[in-house]
Design a protein around this ligand. Structure first.
Ligand code: BJW
Ligand code: ZN
Length: 221
């Protein structure tokens, strides 16, 4: 199961692209704000952008789509949830082991020594690193940055061996996550997409369920 921003849309979390996308903030496109260059050049602005989003997320709760997937994890012996989302809502819904390819907005790490810090409940930019006094940055994967070590590889190996691969609420435009459904399909999996809109992947899918994740997911499994 690969999820993207669309699964959290019904929780009130804006998607990136498309109709209700949060594509701009303070006149800057999110590709600029969420980039490794911005961290190097203006970490204050990066924190302002992520604090704004953490503030909004504090109001958001998991929806029936997240909850259905937590139930699937408990119900099926072989089930892997891979998410591109950084909002942490899968965990709040009860998923124990989501593979979070793009990190988690409720964590930060030190730009000097790399130590991770839990910042849930800290409303603004957290203090400096408790180990070395370095500045912290959000523990999320920005454009041009590598994914967390081993996470993509784990997701890729599950994609190669699965019988059925679901792609839910993602435009499938961002790599390497977007390669996972293609890898699964090439390895013989049945590919199902759940999305109200057509995507780049639709032509590859064995089944496209057009609708909202929170309505469709609780009806299957
Ligand atoms: C619903 C719904 C409902 C609505 N129910 N559905 C190969 C080719 C070309 C480029 C590259 C390539 N490999 C790497 C790249 C570069 C780049 C990339 O992919 N660029 C593309 C845009 C072209 N990738 C990277 O830089 C990655 N790093 C990397 O590859 O490292 C190796 C490397 C390093 C250095 C040099 C070269 C290589 C890192 C990518 C990190 C992405 N990070 C972001 C931001 C995270 C932090 C933040 O939140 O600010 O992650 S970008 C943003 O997009 C976010 C998302 O996780 C990601 C995917 O978006 P998603 O989830 O698909 O959301 P949307 O909004 O696009 O779509 C929502 C969908 O939901 C829509 O389809 C709706 O219809 C649907 N929907 N309501 C179901 N109710
Ligand atoms: Zn440090």
């Amino acid at each position: 199961m690969l999820t993207g921003a669309g699964i959290s849309a019904e929780s009130g979390v804006p998607t990136f692209r498309g109709r209700d996308g949060l594509s701009m903030w303070k006149g800057m496109p999110f590709e600029v704000l969420s980039s490794s260059r911005m961290v190097r050049e203006d970490l204050d602005e990066v924190w302002a952008w992520f604090d704004f989003r953490r503030g909004h997320l504090a109001e958001c709760k998991p929806n029936p789509g997240h909850i259905a997937l937590a139930e699937w994890e408990a119900k099926f012996d072989e089930f892997t949830l891979v998410t591109q989302n950084i909002d942490g809502l899968h965990r709040v819904a009860g998923s124990f082991e989501p593979i979070e390819l793009h990190g988690n907005i409720h964590r930060a790490y030190c730009v000097e020594c790399g130590e991770r810090h839990d910042i849930s409940g800290v409303p603004h930019e957290p203090d400096i690193c408790r180990s070395c006094g370095g500045r912290l940055r959000p523990d999320v994967v920005l454009f041009g940055e590598m994914l967390p070590t081993g996470e993509f590889e784990r997701a890729e190996s599950r994609a190669r061996e699965c019988d059925m691969f679901f792609v839910v609420g993602t435009s499938a435009l961002v790599y390497p996550a977007a390669a996972l459904p293609v890898i699964a399909k090439q390895s013989g999996a049945f590919l199902v997409e759940i999305n109200p809109e057509q995507t780049e992947l639709s032509r590859l899918c064995d089944l496209s369920l057009r609708g909202e994740a929170g309505e469709i997911l609780p009806l299957i499994g």
